[in-house]
Ligand binder design. Structure first.
Ligand code: HMG
Ligand code: MG
Length: 302
């Protein structure tokens, strides 16, 4: 069942940086995006149009989107939790619009409240006009389901909850579903159950995995999803990441590690690992820390 090709969405500029306490200048974020596209990434999650009171690091969203030199064939996605965010994302000229927006809900009520200040049912009502408006503007709509296997507040989350949110998202027209292990507690069989739940409402080509690596399981979970035929994953340059509203969550699985895994398995990504490592090193140097990627560390020390 292994796919021959995999698409990675590097969420480093968004998920990777959103939790950084010190402001990262827009120019640095833009340079990271440029390096990622030069390394062959075909989709980059650039920023989020959320409340700057909630996530100060993303307050420069419009500046970052305006500063990117767009590369043909690359998709630029942004998070838009409500109409206010969507309207801000499309306020500038069309050339600066995102190609794709992400509405983000959760399989856990408690996490939904903490992260986006509303219940699951309310979140769907907030997303409904966003999805309609995005489609009317020819912008693709992805949905993220946080806490698909576990929640920092509710503990283990059964697959039925993932299925419910996938169904609600499908009903309002969300085109693609990202199954997210926000706090990295998942293990391969649990992740497969969560994926199966999403697959009840979405085709295999419309489901992706988004795995944080808190417990060191993200690569194993990636392989478990690959074995089901899932071929799209969110990963983060240098393993950066974390959600400010998910206490204890660490970074996303490192893009470098996933590319190393896929290359070793003969699965095509279109990504140049050396250039990807350079991109991760660039942002890690800026943050004055070592890349949180085993493959990058090994190859940089070779
Ligand atoms: P709220 O307070 O319920 O919103 O926040 P509200 O509509 O009541 O508005 C309150 C204030 O926020 C108003 O301003 C609005 O204008 C403003 P005030 O009048 O007080 O000055 N506001 C906004 N400002 C800018 N952009 C907006 C926006 N909306 C309202 N879009 C809201 C609701 C969703 C906005 C808030 O809870 C929020 O911003 N949450 C963001 C949470 C977040 O970004 N979390 C991290 C991303 S999700 C994630 O990391 C998980 C993921 O990686 C997958 C995984 O790993 O699980 C995707
Ligand atoms: Mg995340």
């Amino acid at each position: 069942n292994l796919p021959a090709k995999v698409k990675l969405v590097d969420v480093g500029p968004r998920d990777g940086l959103q939790n950084e306490k010190a402001a990262v200048p827009a120019a640095v974020k833009i340079e990271l995006v440029h390096r990622l596209q030069d390394a062959g990434l075909t989709e980059i999650e650039v920023t989020s149009f959320v409340s700057p009171k909630w996530v100060p690091q993303m307050a420069d969203n419009a500046e970052v989107m305006a500063g990117i030199r767009r590369k043909p064939g690359v998709r630029y996605s942004v998070l838009t939790p409500n109409m206010k965010g969507f309207e801000a994302a499309i306020a500038p000229a069309r050339a600066l619009w995102p190609d794709e927006i992400v509405v983000f809900g959760a399989a856990s009520e408690a996490f939904s409240q903490r992260n986006i200040n509303c219940s699951i049912a309310e979140s769907i009502e907030r997303f409904r006009p966003v999805v309609a408006a995005a489609k009317a503007h020819n912008i693709y709509v992805r949905g993220a389901i946080s806490c698909s296997v576990g929640c920092p507040y509710e503990g283990e989350i059964p697959p039925e909850r993932v299925e419910l949110v996938a169904r609600l998202m499908k009903e309002i027209g969300v085109q693609h579903i990202g199954v997210a292990d926000t706090i990295g507690v998942g293990t391969p069989l649990k992740v497969q159950r969560a994926m199966e739940a999403a697959l009840r409402h979405y085709a295999i080509d419309d489901v992706s995995g988004h795995f944080h690596d808190t417990y060191g399981q993200a690569l194993a979970n990636t392989l478990a999803a690959l074995e089901m035929g899932i071929w799209q994953f969110d990963t983060s340059s240098a393993g950066l990441g974390g959600c400010p509203y998910a206490k204890g969550a660490t970074g996303n699985v490192a893009s470098e590690d996933v590319v190393y895994l896929l290359q070793g398995m003969g699965i095509e990504t279109g990504i140049d690992l050396d250039k990807l490592i350079d991109a991760g090193k660039f942002i890690s140097d800026f943050l004055e820390r070592k890349p949180n990627s085993r493959a990058a560390t090994a190859l940089l020390n070779k």
